[in-house]
Design a protein around this ligand. Structure first.
Ligand code: ATR
Length: 312
């Protein structure tokens, strides 16, 4: 077997990194630096973080195209806007109209989305079965779209989107009905009243927060104004990983729910990016990376904890 440097060279992969704005707090550089070091890429491949302003995206990608063949991760606020600068999208990125992974293939920049798979695999790792369940998703932005897509693909029976802005929730529900042919999806908003959310949650067994409410630095906030609507029959998932334990997760734990945080979603979406970049020839290396996940999780947890102690 060739070494990983050989696989990267075959794939033409020379430049890896994440683009976002801001990007300084991203965990992806630490995550990929650990994996690449442990997999033995030597000094040849570095994973960088580039802060790219929205108005500079075209120029940045033009430079990237000229400089070397690439593997990119894309984060906030570029996941949707980057689409117009790419040469093609895979089937899922087309449905989601959002990209978090870019790979250069034969001189073309192709966009992929691995966020939905990150969410799905993090649930599978905990042996959570989605098929047949009733779910409530808090939020209606890009992260919500990826989560809703994953849930529908995995056979969720019924889905409610709860969002502060009613029109956004309605639009997402309609879009998924149209694009995925999934009818049992509806939208609820705060104006419908607390009772409607409480009743909806009473019938649900999965609740996922995809909003940014509770994310560092606003750690005392929760996407649920009244935690008494939570119950012990729920699996509660927060897609936020900083802090590791959000206010929302604490509330759910107190009500006896099974609680999962967002760190594994981050880890698994990264692993799926690696799978795309390395292609078929890299599958043994992806398997090796998978074996490193417990240690990776431990390292990222320590990094987040020490960041919290330093007050960031
Ligand atoms: P992302 O792509 O990360 O999902 P986004 O598209 O900006 O980011 O979506 C953020 C989500 O968090 C939205 O559902 C947003 O609600 P609105 O559609 O009403 O804006 C939700 N959100 C953000 N801040 C919020 C707050 N303070 N209270 C309630 N919901 C909030």
């Amino acid at each position: 077997m060739t070494d990983l440097n050989g696989i990267f060279a075959q794939g033409g992969m020379k430049l890896l990194g994440i683009i976002g704005d801001p990007v300084a707090h991203s965990l992806s550089p630490a995550l990929f630096s650990f994996l690449l070091r442990e997999l033995g890429t030597g000094e040849g491949f570095q994973y960088r973080a580039w802060r790219v302003r929205p108005e500079a995206m075209g120029a940045f990608l033009a430079r990237i195209r000229e400089s070397a063949t690439v593997g990119l991760n894309v984060t906030i606020p570029h996941k949707e806007t980057v689409v117009t600068f790419l040469d093609g999208l895979d089937a899922t990125a087309q449905v989601l109209e959002a990209v978090n992974t870019v790979k250069e293939t034969s001189g073309q920049l192709i966009g992929y989305n691995t966020d939905w798979l990150g969410f799905l695999r993090s649930l599978q790792a905990r042996e959570v079965v989605i098929a047949g369940r009733t779910a409530v998703v808090l939020g209606a932005g890009g992260a919500a779209k990826a989560v809703v897509y994953a849930l529908i693909r995995e056979g969720i029976a019924r889905l409610t989107i709860y969002n502060r802005t009613a029109t956004r929730a309605e639009t997402l529900a309609q879009e998924m009905r149209r694009k995925m042919g999934f009818a049992p999806i509806c939208a609820v908003c705060p104006e419908d009243g607390e009772d409607v959310l409480a009743e909806t949650l009473q019938e649900a067994s999965l609740l996922v927060n995809t909003t940014s409410v509770g994310m560092y630095p606003r750690v005392n906030e929760s996407p649920l104004p009244d935690p008494s609507v939570l119950h012990a029959g729920l699996i509660v998932y927060d897609s936020i990983y900083n802090p590791l334990q959000t206010r929302f997760m604490q509330q759910a734990e107190r009500r006896g729910a099974l609680v999962l945080g967002g760190l594994d979603m981050l880890i698994y979406q990264a692993l799926e990016s690696l799978r795309i970049w390395l292609g078929q020839a890299g599958l043994p290396w992806v398997a090796r990376a998978e074996a490193l996940l417990p240690e990776l999780r431990q390292r990222l947890t320590e990094q987040l904890r020490s960041g919290a102690e330093r007050g960031r």
